[in-house]
Design a protein around this ligand. Structure first.
Ligand SMILES: Cc1cc2nc3c(=O)[nH]c(=O)nc-3n(C[C@H](O)[C@H](O)[C@H](O)COP(=O)(O)OP(=O)(O)OC[C@H]3O[C@@H](n4cnc5c(N)ncnc54)[C@H](O)[C@@H]3O)c2cc1C
Length: 422
């Protein structure tokens, strides 16, 4: 019997499930069961998000109007063709298309360009998107950081701001949100701004990076010690903060705070909100939780549909230990993917499913240069060591997708550029 498995989204969770299942069915594990996996993704690229900060802050001068090799190396460290990831997986077909709806009752996926697709088992792995919380002017004026092109747009906008501003004007880059994305971006941005100041013939202090945060601390999902360390590190790098300052709107080149204060900016990046992919709003009969994420049961199934699973940012799970919802991180998506792959195998073999134990392993947050903070299982570290750990995790991540040799090439080429930029 052939089982048609459709995975919506070729990101962290979707790709992992496809890899595990392909290996299982390609070997002897399938017990005579054949599977066809169709991995549908909006673009032909898999995104490695942790390197988007590097893309957004890469100072790679053009050579005689041409982009140098460094640029292409940087690109391949952040996005990689899905076809290459599944080159040897004959039971995985990559379909570059956008899912526009799902008929759960008829087991059909509706696509933008191709005909409807039937599935026996479906995995929702379409990730998340930027949430502007209906703040007036935010969507129109602020730059998000969710894709390779977003990262390039930030890089170019900051460069342009330094290029265009009069010499006596302090270039102001504002980041809305002091969460993980905001802090990591700020840590890298200050270095990039210093380079741009030099390139455009200005003193270093002619650039300002300001984080505007609604809460009274950075990194609201992390422990107090980590929050303090992050603030101290960013302060040392020259980042400025405005706490307890919810943004009410953006008008022209000014950010309007709820207390009426107006903050001028040259470039505004919005990192303060994430919600599930908008696709979930079109689902009928599916319970949606916080951020329009689909509610997942203990087997990570999207009830009431027993042949549908939800993985990663799109799925809502509560950590039993803390009672809080799991954060939208790659490590959570990878762990869920392993459980879902196991449960799909069990469904095919008609065995009892395993229960997912929501659990959050911790954080590593790089904050500019070769420095990172780590918090995991009661261990807290800061400095060079966590940064090395982050690099090893990145190398391992790529190795699980493309093998160690290709992974080392990708990782090493990216690293050379990051180090040059630092
Ligand atoms: C800038 C940035 C840095 C980050 N850094 C870290 C980090 O250092 N560590 C960490 O653990 N986490 C990090 N994260 C979070 C992490 O990347 C996400 O939690 C993780 O990618 C979630 O995996 P996913 O599979 O749910 O979604 P994604 O990896 O986002 O994959 C979703 C995929 O679905 C595709 N898609 C969306 N809609 C459709 C559709 N309608 N049809 C077809 N395809 C569709 C998208 O193109 C995408 O490829 C970062 C996130 C950002 C934005």
């Amino acid at each position: 019997m052939i089982h048609e498995i459709v995975i919506v989204g070729g990101g962290v969770g979707g790709v992992r499930i496809a890899k595990i299942l392909s290996k299982w069915a390609g070997g002897t594990g399938g017990n005579g069961h054949h599977i066809n996996i169709t991995l549908i993704n909006k673009s032909r690229y898999h995104i490695f998000y942790p390197n988007l900060y590097e893309v957004a802050t890469a100072h790679i001068p053009e050579v005689f109007g041409h982009m140098p090799l460094d640029f292409f190396n940087l690109k391949s460290s952040a996005i990689y063709p899905l076809e290459d990831i599944f080159l040897d997986d004959l039971n995985v077909s990559v379909l570059e298309d956008e899912v526009v709806g799902i008929n759960f009752k008829k087991n059909k996926v509706k696509l933008k360009k191709s005909p409807e697709l039937h599935y026996d088992i479906l995995v929702l792995a379409a990730g998340s998107e930027t949430n502007y919380f209906n703040i007036s002017g935010m969507r129109e004026r602020a730059l998000p950081l969710k894709s390779f092109f977003d990262a390039l747009a930030i890089r170019n906008a900051v460069d342009e701001a330094f290029f265009r501003a009069p010499k006596n004007h302090i270039v102001k880059i504002a980041i809305g949100g002091g969460g993980f994305t905001g802090c990591e971006l700020a840590g890298e941005l200050v270095g990039y701004m210093k380079k741009l100041a030099q390139v455009h013939g200005r003193p270093e202090y002619y650039g300002e990076c300001l984080i505007i945060e609604a809460a009274e601390n950075l990194l609201s999902g992390a422990g107090t010690a980590l929050q303090k360390k992050a603030k101290a590190r960013l302060e040392k790098l020259g980042v400025k903060f405005k706490f307890k300052s919810p943004i009410q709107g953006v008008e022209g080149q000014e950010i309007i705070l709820e207390d009426g204060a107006k903050i001028p900016y040259d470039v505004l990046v919005w990192t303060a909100g994430v919600k599930a992919n908008d696709l979930t709003k079109s689902f009928s009969g599916v319970k949606l939780e916080k951020g329009a994420c689909v509610a997942a049961d203990k087997n990570l199934r999207v009830l009431p549909y027993k042949n549908v699973f939800g993985v990663g940012d799109i799925a809502y799970c509560v950590d039993e230990a803390t009672g809080k919802s799991l954060p939208m991180t790659a490590s959570v998506a990878i762990r869920e993917a392993k459980y879902i792959a196991e449960n799909i195998k069990r469904m095919i073999l008609k065995k009892q499913l395993v229960n997912y134990k929501p659990h959050h392993a911790g954080f590593i947050i790089p904050l500019g240069g070769r420095y990172a903070l780590l918090e995991s299982r009661g261990i807290r570290l800061s400095g060079f060591l966590p940064w090395v750990a982050k690099q090893i995790i990145a190398l391992h991540y790529w190795a699980t997708l493309v093998g160690w040799i290709k992974a080392f090439g990708l990782w090493n080429r990216g690293l050379q550029i990051f180090i040059k930029n630092d």
